[in-house]
Design a protein around this ligand. Structure first.
Ligand code: ADP
Ligand code: MG
Length: 443
């Protein structure tokens, strides 16, 4: 809370060192902007850490945020020189703490904009149940796991947002990444504020901790988390976690912690299937108020099958491209954008590059590969391209077929089989495929 404005110096009062760090970790940029805006670029910020209620203000000027050099001075330096402070009953923080209402949730993640599909049905349903009745269901803890960009953070943030928006009694919901949890823990040790750290976390009603795989191998952090976990669980508080792998594969995690993870429910997120990908694209377009032809949507859904984050990345850059160039998003623009993104990230393997390498080698036209032609001089290049697409990309048979004139997956299987057989009996075919394969970067 703002405490005093003296000259160009704004002093804000915080209830503990921990909160000071919390602010610093999360709001430095926002605070800087606010200072620039309201006081000017030479505005300074000071924290006053009030440990006791009442007038025994323990003023610390641990940090001045000064844009003149835009470099933040090391706050720790000052901390080390501080006298150890008195800690009041940590539970008083609750009343004192203006930050308590901040859950570090991103409002844009909701259940409404989370597309449901076979790939995420259980995880979504369990999350929704927890959101409706935190700590009442047997899903405590709730553990959501799955690969990158599949919606773990989205889902658990949706839980937090839902609870904040809907629960009758006010709940202290807190979202934290495991990395942040770890660094807060380490800082609290350095700064002698472990007590604050622990008691802060023990007051949480709904603790959402993201990417717990980062706790692997961090014994002390795990131990602390274990205590917090137990305390919360015993007090009937809800714990939600995510991980990029199932608990059984979390190496470097203490057994007693792992066994706690199994108390509740573990649900996974799978790669989105084609229908879900299409729905996600459509939702994104709708949110952005952009309208594009279904053929473009289909093309995108068939071309990016790895994860939703990538899908969104392509959509965003496509929408940006279109608005920059004032063009409509058509198939051509979609292809160009996709190629551009793919080459930029140095993964040159994609369906279009495969088709172009193959057509160049066999001296046929792209249109021929996609045509109905059954001429051997066309069929072999077409089958070779399909074979390479299967080998080099993660595309499904269905998606590969789509890129070759909308052929079905059995045609693709047949093509792969044919090339396989040919390679066995025909040395030249074998060397052709090998040669073509080498034109692509290794994955
Ligand atoms: P993770 O935490 O698993 O790495 P995120 O939750 O950050 O993945 O998701 C990556 C992006 O994809 C986010 O922008 C998210 O909103 C979006 N996303 C993921 N799954 C879905 C879904 N089922 N519906 C809508 N958007 C999704
Ligand atoms: Mg995440």
């Amino acid at each position: 809370m703002p405490y005093k404005l003296s000259g160009k110096k704004l002093i804000i009062q915080v209830p503990s060192q921990f909160f000071y760090e919390w602010l610093e970790d999360n709001y430095v940029e926002l605070l800087r902007k606010a200072l620039d805006y309201s006081i000017g670029p030479d505005g300074q910020l000071e924290y006053s850490i009030v440990v006791d209620r009442g007038d025994k203000a323990n003023n610390r000027p641990p940090k001045s945020v000064n844009t003149a050099n835009n470099k933040l001075q090391d706050p720790k330096k000052n901390f080390y020189n501080q006298e150890p402070k008195k800690v009041t009953s940590p539970f008083e923080m609750r009343d004192l703490n203006a930050l308590q209402n901040d859950s570090f949730l991103n409002r844009s993640y909701s259940f409404d904009n989370f597309i449901e599909g076979d790939c995420n049905r259980l995880a979504r349903a369990a999350s929704y149940a927890v959101a409706e009745k935190p700590s009442v269901t047997s899903f405590n803890p709730l553990m959501i796991y799955g690969g990158v960009g599949l919606g773990k953070t989205h889902l658990v943030q949706a839980i937090g947002n839902f609870i904040k928006n809907n629960s009758q009694s006010e709940k202290f919901v807190l979202y934290v990444s495991s990395e942040k949890f770890t660094s807060q823990f380490i800082n609290s040790i350095k700064n002698n504020s472990l007590q604050d750290f622990m008691s802060f976390y023990m007051q949480v009603d709904v603790l959402i901790i993201d990417d717990v795989q980062f706790l692997s191998g961090k014994e002390k952090t795990q131990e602390t988390f274990f205590h917090i976990f137990n305390h919360l669980h015993q007090s009937g508080k809800q714990i939600v976690m995510t991980s990029d792998r199932p608990p059984r594969d979390l190496d470097g995690m203490e057994d007693r912690l792992l066994s706690r993870f199994k108390w509740g429910l573990t649900a996974d997120l799978q790669n989105p299937d084609l229908e879900t990908r299409i729905a996600i694209i459509q939702k994104k377009l709708q949110t952005e108020g952009v309208d594009i032809d279904f053929e473009v949507i289909e093309y995108l859904a068939h071309s990016i099958d790895s994860n939703v984050r990538e899908l969104e990345g392509v959509m965003i850059s496509l929408i940006a491209q279109a608005s920059l160039t004032q063009k409509v998003i058509d198939l051509e623009l979609a292809k160009r954008t996709l190629n551009h993104i793919v080459t930029e990230s140095a993964k040159e393997i994609n369906i279009d590059s495969i088709i172009s390498v193959v057509t160049e080698h066999f001296q046929v036209r792209i249109a021929d590969l996609k045509s109905k032609s059954r001429l051997r001089s066309i069929v072999i290049p077409r089958q070779t391209a399909m074979y390479l697409a299967k080998e080099l990309t993660n595309l499904s048979l269905k998606s590969i077929g789509y890129h070759f004139g909308g052929r079905d997956h059995s045609t693709v299987i047949h093509a792969i089989q044919t090339i396989n057989d040919l390679m066995d009996i025909d040395k030249e075919m074998n060397s052709t495929v090998t040669k073509l394969r080498h034109k692509f970067k290794k994955k």
